[in-house]
Ligand binder design. Structure first.
Ligand SMILES: [Zn+2]
Length: 158
């Protein structure tokens, strides 16, 4: 069975950056399962998997535009520490959710100078060229419910 829209696909993957540094891997865990054609994974990887089948392995280089987006300097803001609900929790590297319009961002605190806190709402992998090594380990038809929901139902999830 080939990977097309509406299939549930199981992959093992290793993700590295341009320098070869390991960013993420499914090694030692269950394979990642996703619904193909539903935008569950980044476009560059989803497109590369189209038509593949169980046993196929592929190396995919995904530019930021097809990954987590270009780095956007406008998504960096500086605010007063007192604007945080719990200033004691604010430290460099801390992450928190920010609602902006109908978008939800994960912000990372990047700098604290005096009472001013700078945070970055870019995805941590924005601007990064992604190198995926992928092995396709399963392809199956999605259930009607999964197709209706637009995502895979793992055992125990609703
Ligand atoms: Zn669902």
């Amino acid at each position: 069975m080939n990977i097309t829209s509406g299939k549930v696909v199981h992959i093992h993957y290793t993700l590295t950056d341009d320098a070869g540094e390991l960013l993420d891997t499914s090694a030692g865990q269950e394979p990642l399962a996703y619904l193909h054609g539903a935008g569950n994974i980044i476009p560059g990887l989803e497109n590369a998997l189209e038509g593949k089948t169980v046993g196929d392995t592929l190396s995919v280089v995904v530019p930021p535009e097809e990954g987590y987006g270009l780095y956007n300097a406008e998504l960096v803001e500086t605010v007063l520490l007192s604007q945080f609900p719990d200033p004691s929790q604010v430290e460099v590297g801390a992450r928190f959710g920010v609602q902006a319009g109908d978008m939800m961002y994960i912000a990372t605190v990047t700098d604290i100078v005096g009472d001013r806190v700078t945070f970055d709402m870019n995805h941590p992998l924005a601007g990064v060229t992604l190198h995926f090594d992928v092995a396709v380990v399963g392809v199956e038809d999605a259930t009607p419910e999964e197709l209706a929901h637009g995502h895979v139902h793992t055992p125990g999830a609703h």
